[in-house]
Design a protein around this ligand. Structure first.
Ligand code: GDP
Length: 296
């Protein structure tokens, strides 16, 4: 996974600086440039790279004024804080609870791993003791019904769907109503995977959201998606109130920088990461630990 490579590059740049006898303005500039290069190579959006450079510079300037600390230490801390700040948008993600009925809607581009992640998410909270169900509101892609049904059966999660009803809004509304009556704690609604230009599908996503009024909307993105993620994530956020992000395929040869972009574009935290095709290949995301590991 190249995200680790990014961490190594930033770590190497910091180490190179720490070997210098003098750390002046030139050295700081060189370090910031090296970090920017590493981030851009990892597909992090240019506006985020600039934001990161500014926040490092500001923190360094402020800390220098406040305490006469070692400049290298200040810089290290500033780099760590700046990346952590981007990964942590400062909002607490929605967490489903037992005996508190909730509805969570999944959205994302086709092929991002949305359907797989729905099942992983369902299995995760079912293991935590929540009565969990999955609703297939994807009538657009042939095979979506069978895929989610099979996944749900394998994970022993209650499945709701229809092969006769063509309107996803009706399926979502009726499914949520029925499962609420059956006292499910967590009802997860999978929607059709969208492509960028398909405005009809975006409208349909909005209608599903209005019909079921979810407690959270999870945007699923693949770490393999690269630079395009920022714009895509922003488009989803403009249409529906995305509250969380799941980054999939971090096991693949992915640059992973798009994850930072998705957080920035949706102002939503990453809640889980997908690390494989199987239901257990799913981890809770902890920004602090992630950045610490990234920077070694
Ligand atoms: P959807 O179109 O967004 O619903 O995507 P799917 O859930 O059908 O996933 C598309 C493909 O990506 C499938 O072959 C999944 O097995 C695969 N996939 C999903 N998540 C991961 C992951 O975390 N790692 C890997 N390697 N493959 C994944």
């Amino acid at each position: 996974m190249v995200l680790a490579e990014l961490g190594q590059k930033i770590g190497a740049a910091l180490q190179k600086m720490s070997k210098k006898t003098v750390v002046g303005e030139e050295e700081v500039k060189e370090l910031l440039n090296e970090i920017a290069r590493a981030l851009l190579q990892a597909d992090v959006n240019i506006s985020i790279v600039k934001q990161l450079q500014t926040s490092i510079k500001t923190e360094v300037a402020l800390t220098e004024e406040a305490v006469g600390m070692n400049k290298r230490k200040i810089l290290q801390q500033a780099v760590f804080n700046a990346i952590r700040k981007i990964l942590d948008p400062g909002v607490k993600p929605f967490v489903p609870r037992k005996n508190v009925p909730s509805v969570v809607m999944f959205v994302g581009l086709q092929g991002s791993g949305k359907t797989t992640s729905c099942t992983k998410y369902a299995a995760f909270f079912q293991r935590k003791g929540l009565k969990t169900a999955l609703v297939c509101a994807d009538t657009f892609r042939a095979g979506a019904y069978d895929q989610l049904k099979q996944n749900a059966t394998k994970a022993k999660v209650r499945f709701y769907g229809s092969i006769v009803e063509a309107d996803p809004v009706v399926i979502a509304r009726e499914g949520v109503a029925e499962l609420k009556k059956e006292k499910y704690d967590l009802i997860i609604v999978d929607t059709s995977g969208r492509h960028r230009q398909e405005s009809a599908l975006f409208d349909e996503m909005k209608q599903v959201q209005e019909a079921i009024q979810p407690n959270d909307i999870v945007f699923v993105m693949s770490a393999t998606d690269g630079q395009g993620v920022h714009e895509q994530a922003a488009q989803f956020k403009a249409k529906v109130p995305v509250g969380s992000v799941i980054v999939t395929k971090l096991d693949c040869h992915a640059k992973g920088g798009g994850a930072l972009s998705a957080v920035a574009a949706t102002k939503s935290p990453i809640i889980f990461i997908g690390t494989g095709e199987h239901v257990e290949d799913f981890e809770l995301f902890k920004p602090e630990a992630f950045v610490a590991k990234m920077l070694g």
